[in-house]
Design a protein around this ligand. Structure first.
Ligand code: GLY
Length: 457
């Protein structure tokens, strides 16, 4: 078998899923060189070599040390992409990198995203205005303008910082504020970091589409629903994502086929607009679009420049193409389609006790043992995947760190069966973690379907 060396720039479970897809290659013997945030037990144990740390220059030095063994690199985390990891490594080594260049990491600015959309697909933009404290000589004038925009939108707003804040800087009327003072206080809290977008709060049901690209072609994938909120019934605060589901096929139960098509059209227009300077800039997953289905059609919530976490964990296990070949086609500029099995998948995250505000303190031991959940592959074969994220190998044992600890993926012919496999994986985890129980549940999906019906009249 042909040998392939891959530099994997990692952060959590998303990259464990990417590594797993490489190691499952039937066409190549893959050696992974893992540049990781922590000693991820899944990746580090199987990697040819690894480097821990997020400093881009140090990652580049690690890549340089293995330059002759590495055929290409691939990057998961947004911070590294926005920071220009591809530009740095490609400048200092011969390793081609799969991710957008710094200049094309549109995820880095919500203001640019709104302006770009205004140019190429304005009907998918909510009404928005950008405020910058630097443009005002007094807080009084700033408040006056903000309040007058709140008047226009009848207070139904979402307030977002320009730079990514992993959901934490975003505040929404009705969820985070119920008075204008609260809106303004939140605005003041985030405006020190740069411009702030105040946009119309949109009512509807969310889905995301991730697009692969070789720089020339844009290849869409199936829609996935992410569960952003902590706690069942979406009652908690925003998190990085507590789990996600996808159906068999392109659309989700609450979507019409036209919604998926609209998502594709919006993605294509943005891609065309971004791609003007060349055919090699937008490699990998340059667009991971967060959409919302509304009574007036599909709107864009935000644009990311990388694979979604956990959404990519829904897709990769159902990809029928050899993922190493997919990467070579990305680099060769001939990725024109992807084939997915007709399967549903459900991802559930188990997270630390204090994550998402489940507990205010937890002072216990954070050891986590995945042996029993991994053993479920004897029962389910490839239909279950266990991907550690914010976990660390210490000697022979593994420990939860601060963020999302581990996700379990169930794959089956329908969402309900996939969910039951995913939850069986969760229940078999030994450790002080909690999770949502309603990811992909019938009740949650029916609620989304009914919500769309009522919006569409
Ligand atoms: N699913 C949320 C994110 O990847 O940003």
């Amino acid at each position: 078998m042909e040998k392939v060396g891959i530099l994997l720039v990692s952060y959590g479970s998303r990259e464990a899923a990417i590594a797993d897809s490489f190691w499952r290659s039937e066409n190549y013997k893959v050696n992974i060189f893992d540049a990781d945030k922590q000693k991820n037990p899944f990746i580090v144990e199987r990697a040819t070599d690894y480097n821990i740390g997020q400093d881009l220059q140090k990652i580049c030095e690690f890549a340089k040390r293995h330059e002759d063994e590495i055929d290409f690199g691939i990057v998961g985390p947004e911070g590294h992409i926005i920071g220009g990891i591809r530009d740095i490594i490609e400048k200092e080594t011969k390793i081609p990198m799969i991710c957008p260049r710094k200049e094309y990491a549109i995820e880095g600015s919500k203001v640019s995203q709104r302006h770009l959309l205004e140019k190429c697909f304005p009907e998918a933009n909510p009404r928005f205005k950008v405020f910058n404290i630097k443009d005002y000589s007094s807080k009084y004038d700033l408040r006056k303008d903000v309040y007058s925009w709140l008047d226009e939108l009848e207070n139904q707003v979402a307030v977002k910082p320009d730079a990514p804040a992993t959901g934490k800087g975003v505040g929404v009327w009705g969820d985070h504020f119920s008075t204008r003072e609260e809106v303004f206080n939140h605005f003041i809290f985030i405006c020190d970091y740069g411009p702030v977008v105040i946009e119309e709060k949109i009512e509807g049901e969310e889905f995301s589409l991730q697009f692969f690209s070789d720089g020339k072609h844009l290849v869409p994938t199936e829609a996935v629903r992410d569960y952003k909120r902590a706690f069942d019934g979406d009652r908690g605060i925003n998190t990085g994502g507590m789990g996600s589901y996808k159906s068999q096929g392109k659309k989700l139960p609450f979507m019409d086929q036209e919604d998926w098509e609209a998502g594709l059209e919006i993605g294509k227009k943005i891609f065309k607009e971004l791609k003007v300077n060349g055919d090699k800039e937008l490699l990998g997953i340059p667009l991971y679009m967060a959409y919302i289905c509304t009574a007036e059609g599909v709107k864009v919530l935000e644009i990311n420049s990388r694979p979604g976490d956990p959404e990519i964990q829904n897709l990769l296990p159902t990809l029928e193409d050899d993922f190493v070949d997919v990467c070579f086609r990305i680099l060769d500029g001939n990725l024109t389609r992807l084939n997915f099995a007709k399967k549903a998948s459900v991802v559930t995250y188990a997270v630390p006790m204090t994550y998402g505000g489940y507990r205010t303190v937890f002072s216990g031991d954070s050891r986590v043992d995945l042996i029993k959940s991994r053993k479920l592959s004897e029962k389910y074969g490839d239909a279950i995947r266990i991907y550690p994220g914010s976990m660390e190998l210490r000697g022979k044992e593994t420990y939860a760190l601060g963020s999302r600890t581990v996700c379990t993926v169930g794959i089956a012919d329908d969402i309900e069966s996939a969910r039951s496999i995913s939850l069986e994986g969760i229940v078999a985890i030994d450790g002080p973690l909690w999770n949502r129980w309603d990811i992909g549940s019938k009740e949650h999906i029916v609620k989304s379907v009914e919500h769309m019906k009522s919006l569409r009249g």
